[in-house]
Design a protein around this ligand. Structure first.
Ligand code: NAI
Length: 351
């Protein structure tokens, strides 16, 4: 087996550190796999840089559309290895019969759920305000009155790996829990209900489903109108689930009590980079940031040591598995999302 050459786009120092630790172990006896790290994102202008490599490794804000796939395919790229779970940025259907797409289905659902609660608690107990005040020797409590989570009703949309961690944490706080999923998990002991019931009855609504064409902008003017006054919206899933302008209007009209966002629809050119000293061109984001009841982090929910280590291990394992057996259990099938499902149901349409 020859050396597998991987080019990683949108690499950050923490990615490089975690991948190099795993590579050192893997390559101890034989040089099996090498990584070249690029800071630039993948798009139709940078795709040509993959020429001469076997595998392209990408993250959430790299663009893998038809133009990019054509360039990669013409340049003999066999595999796109996502170092994330979500794959809404990849035209998986267009990859069919051209390039195999592998992903990391789970790296730390707890990290994301814990961050979601960290944002919720920051907001509901005004920790972001208190932190700045005490740094300035201002020990006044006026304006810092919070709310209990105990007995509040939280609506969890998407009861997969992260949704389940959310449910466990919410139980610890003594919250009432309602859940919605397109595919109900019969083994999960939770009160499933309709989306409409979640919108109409929950004090807090948290999004944990993937972004698809079907649910893009599921939080919009109409659904916000259904919600309780003062509702808190949490989104650590994908920005496109929320119509950001409608969210902003909901906040301005005081309908929405608070929003905690780790993702933003137009995040790809903004998040993960230091923009201090720059003027933000995105007026909606700039206005959201000024709101005292908006907590925004820049797609940070996954960022723990444990998750980075799992991402590096699984990404490299996926590539090595693919190289030795021409597939991987973490290959995405464009028909159902997972090649293992296809195999189980004996309707393998992928490759
Ligand atoms: P998962 O695949 O384990 O669970 C997703 C759940 O959503 C499944 O139960 C599925 O049936 C359900 N679902 C699918 N379509 C739906 C729809 N239209 N409406 C309602 N439910 C639907 O995924 P996991 O690991 O729980 O991740 C959820 C999302 O979190 C990912 O899709 C990704 O977008 C996001 N994520 C964000 C991270 C961050 O750092 N902010 C890190 C990792 C994931």
């Amino acid at each position: 087996m020859g050396l597998i050459k991987v080019i990683m786009y949108d690499s950050k120092p923490y990615d490089i550190e975690s991948f190099n630790i795993v590579l050192e172990k893997i390559n101890q006896e034989e040089n099996k796999i090498s990584f070249t790290y690029l800071e630039t994102k993948l798009n139709k202008h940078t795709a040509i840089l993959a020429k001469g490599y076997d595998v392209v490794c990408v993250f959430v804000n790299d663009t893998v559309d038809k133009d990019v796939i054509d360039i990669l395919y013409e340049n003999n790229i066999k595999v796109i290895a996502l170092r994330c779970a979500g794959y809404n940025n990849v035209d998986v259907e267009y990859c069919f019969n051209k390039i195999h797409v592998l992903r990391v289905p789970s790296y730390s659902p707890n990290a994301v759920a814990e961050h979601t609660f960290a944002m919720l608690l920051t907001s509901i107990r005004r920790i972001h305000k208190a932190y700045i005040r005490t740094k300035d020797n201002n020990f006044s409590l006026s304006g810092l009155v919070g709310e209990d989570l105990f007995n509040k009703t939280i609506g969890i949309i998407g009861t997969g790996k992260i949704g389940k961690c959310m449910i466990n944490i919410a139980r610890g706080f003594g919250m009432n829990i309602k859940a919605y999923d397109k595919f109900i998990d019969p083994n999960l002991d939770v009160n499933y209900c309709s989306l409409e019931e979640i919108y109409k009855t929950c004090d807090i609504i948290s999004l944990h489903c993937p972004l698809t064409n079907e649910n893009r902008h599921m939080i919009n003017k109409n659904t916000i109108d259904m919600m309780k006054k003062g509702v808190i919206i949490l989104n650590t899933s994908r920005g496109g689930l929320i119509n950001s302008n409608d969210l902003l209007e909901g906040i301005k009209s005081r309908k929405i009590g608070a929003a905690c966002l780790d993702v933003y629809e137009e995040e790809s050119d903004i998040f993960f980079t230091d923009k201090s000293g720059h003027i933000l061109n995105d007026d909606t984001l700039a206005r959201l940031i000024t709101m005292p009841n908006v907590i925004l982090t820049s797609h940070q929910a996954y960022l723990t040591k444990e998750a980075l280590n799992n991402i590096a291990n699984t990404t490299i394992e996926n590539i090595l598995n693919y190289q030795s057996v021409s597939t991987s259990q973490n290959e995405i099938c464009y028909h159902c999302g997972n090649i293992e499902n296809c195999k189980k149901n004996k309707k393998l349409k992928c490759f």
